[in-house]
Design a protein around this ligand. Sequence first.
Ligand code: NAP
Length: 323
Amino acid sequence: MRNFPKLATFLLIAWAMPGLASADEASAGGENHAKAILVTGASTGIGRNITETLAAKGYFVYAGARKEKDLAELNAIENVQAVRLDVTVQEEIDAAVETVRKGGRGLYGLVNNAGVAIVGSLIEVEEDELDFQLDVNVFGPYRVTKAFAPLIMESKGRITTIGSISGILSGPLFGPYSMSKHAIEAYTDSLAREMADFDVQVSVIEPGNYKSDIFKSLRRRMERNGQSIDDSLFAEQIKRMLEAPVDRAQHKEPDEVSAAVMDALFADDPKHRYMVVPNEFEAQITITQIMREMVQLNEGQPYTYDREALIAIMDGVLAELDE
Ligand SMILES: NC(=O)c1ccc[n+]([C@@H]2O[C@H](COP(=O)([O-])OP(=O)(O)OC[C@H]3O[C@@H](n4cnc5c(N)ncnc54)[C@H](OP(=O)(O)O)[C@@H]3O)[C@@H](O)[C@H]2O)c1
């Protein structure tokens, strides 16, 4: 497992991402060809892109979805078997495990992708809204991974979770979403260490902004719940956020995210973290934030390191990559 990318690699990740697919292509023709992968939230956006990418390369995909229309659409794709799977419903998760067991292919990979976003300030958000956010984005991967872990361990396979650069960044009015993605950082770090004893490799993918339906479903949910922002102290800011095109058409297709997932699933030496961003700006603010936190942690405490000592620590961390 490559723990931490070299600094130069940090900055080149987005550029290099299409190249990662070749690591997969090298292995797709061999025994990996028939490996079965479960993708949650496969109906739209990133999950749909991952599903289509895997299926096109000949892998067998159990594609999790919730609506009849989506299940039918996914079933029509070659190498895909749609599975009814709401990550907040334990009975559906248990039934999905049963389906996969009966399928007789085992399960090599799990891609925890299903996710939602809500907007709102932390001093105003209702507890049930926060609960909804964490239930899908945090408890979802926890429940699904726990249920499928025995199958993945049997095949010494891979677990990949779609986090976000919001697992590092915490913007105003996206607090609940950032909280959920920060939790995924801790979740995947601990899980990786626990699963290493069973030869299961765990990665987290941290996309920047890509095209998907995440805003569409956010607005749909607000309408359905009759949620008004007029009384919010932040009404103007939230309105501006919601004015962005509902299909996120201004963003790129998430092909680079799928390429990173392919690497996490099939490379001989997958990375633990894959930051995948569509432009240099998103890479820069994310890496800067990590460094800012390091500086804040280090500042004004009895064991503060000076600049040279910090650089020596950084050199040590970079050296871990070669071990
Ligand atoms: N797009 C980005 O720029 C971006 C950036 C960073 C991270 N991400 C992450 O990428 C993942 C996919 O999001 P996306 O952007 O592709 O959004 P999306 O197009 O809205 O897709 C979200 C998927 O999750 C599913 N889902 C929602 N609630 C679910 C539940 N309770 N159980 C099972 N499935 C559920 C949706 O199914 P339904 O159609 O049934 O609602 C849909 O398939 C999320 O974890 C998100 O946080 C996205």
